[in-house]
Design a protein around this ligand. Structure first.
Ligand SMILES: Nc1ncnc2c1ncn2[C@@H]1O[C@H](COP(=O)(O)OP(=O)(O)OP(=O)(O)O)[C@@H](O)[C@H]1O
Length: 268
């Protein structure tokens, strides 16, 4: 699908540059799959220690945009424009993409624990880097599982397979695994879509508790989830960021008619 540029009215909130607390920012971001333009006009700033929801219809480019933020789609897409992380453009040659992915972690739609124990899942990246000191690893396991609000449920079964956990527990172990390498930003691609309402509520509470220490960007199809969890919301349509504003404004007084139609369920 090819999208026409400059067709739509847009409203993209900009933070005061003096505030100096923008953790990430995209500038003139354009993403192509082959010749297909899948994202354009994405000039979005992400404020430190906030939760931003990415919403929009299926195929609007939410995952494409999210995956660009830690260069996860390098192999499948051409990404033009700047992706600033702490003011540094990470979308340029010479950037260490492994370091980018350490600092900007990703949690996927379906909980994907490795076929290993809970302990080895959480410490996997550290062990790969040659860290084997038991005291260090034990501490990371306890700290991150507590941060992910799943410690009490798994502390007596750390050496059992993570694949035997419930979906909600497995997703929070995956969050602990992402936290173990000390990222600053957490990207989550519909992390609750495979979870029941109770596990979803627990996951949302976990994200709220993480917010003071992380910058969180979450793709969700669930409007209520975006409204109750996020501080800021981006509405995408047809590969374009149409409206970006405080979540309260997006859901009560959106500036663009298309956003209003989408959040009020009158879309399409
Ligand atoms: N790996 C890929 N190769 C080619 N085209 C792709 C690829 N991934 C996504 N696309 C296309 O890019 C567009 C945006 O897809 P994307 O998955 O980013 O949308 P989305 O808003 O996240 O959708 P959903 O809500 O259904 O997950 C779609 O037209 C999709 O078919």
């Amino acid at each position: 699908m090819q999208f026409e540029t400059n067709q739509h009215e847009r409203f993209i909130y900009q933070f005061n540059p003096e505030e100096n607390d923008i953790e990430m920012q995209t500038k003139d971001l354009e993403i192509y799959y082959g010749k297909q333009l899948a994202m354009h006009h994405a000039d979005i700033q992400f404020k430190k220690n906030t939760i931003t929801a990415l919403i929009g219809p299926s195929g609007s480019g939410k995952s494409t945009f999210l995956r660009a933020l830690n260069r996860m789609n390098d192999d499948v897409a051409t990404v033009n424009g700047q992706i600033l992380y702490k003011g540094v453009n990470i979308n340029q040659p010479g950037i260490d993409v492994y370091e980018v992915r350490r600092r900007i972690g990703m949690v996927f739609q379906r909980p994907n624990p490795f076929a290993k124990s809970i302990y080895d899942n959480v410490t996997f990246a550290l062990q790969r880097r040659g860290i084997h000191d038991k005291r260090t690893l034990d501490k990371v396991v306890e700290t991150t599982l507590k941060q992910a609000a799943v410690w009490d449920q798994v502390k007596d079964s750390l050496h059992k397979s993570a694949q035997a956990l419930s979906g909600g527990q497995a997703q929070r172990v995956c969050i602990a695994r992402a936290l173990a390498v000390k990222p600053d930003v957490l990207l989550l691609d519909e992390p609750a879509s495979a979870l029941d309402p109770v596990s979803t509520a627990q996951l949302e509470q976990t994200l709220r508790e993480l917010k003071p220490n992380y910058t969180i960007i979450i793709v969700t199809h669930n409007m209520q989830q975006a409204a109750r969890l996020s501080d800021y919301t981006v509405f995408f349509n047809l590969g374009e960021a149409i409206e970006y504003n405080k979540t309260r404004k997006i859901f009560t007084r959106p500036k663009i008619q298309l956003t209003d139609d989408y959040v009020s369920g009158n879309f399409g």
